[in-house]
Design a protein around this ligand. Sequence first.
Ligand code: MLT
Length: 200
Amino acid sequence: MKHIFQQGTNPAKPTFLMLHGTGGNETDLLAIAAHIDPEASVLSVRGNVSENGMPRFFKRLSEGVFDMEDLKLRTEELHEFIGQAAAEHGFDRKNVIAVGYSNGANIAANLLFTYSDSLKGASLHHPMVPNREADLPDLTGIPVFIAAGTNDPICPAEESTDLEKLLKAAGAKVDLHWEDFGHQLTMPEVEAAKAWYDKL
Ligand code: MLT
């Protein structure tokens, strides 16, 4: 997958897996990674799907309606890619924290819904429940931060509260954070994500 890798200055720090929103690319979230922890490594990936020229991580049938077969295949592809990138760039595969926005948050959530060991933690900005039929793996102790907007037209409030419930039922340690904004990725929620990360 097309990506940027930035070697961190402290090998004990995690590698941030940065996953952009629809129409974004691998450069979008680099500043956020640097803000959360400038010493961490960064693997920032471009989604392999193109929707009228807009990169995404999986196909959708319409806004908020996912192509479930493609979501499954693309989640497996991303999971495998992280392993290949760890071997190629020499980072610790077991110390990867995803930071995803919108479509990127949805595929990060689906990594959690599919594998118990793909992510060490995740900061999900404006995610939805990726798959309501899924049988979640054991996620005991995995820290997950969810940033949601009270006026988000793309993610109604129950998408966030249902995701919180499902992840908690699988054992994850979930922090759900609300801002009185819409679907946009805001500076206050990035600060809240940093505060969550600093306590890990
Ligand atoms: C999605 O398709 O993942 C969600 O609708 C969010 C978006 O990318 O617009």
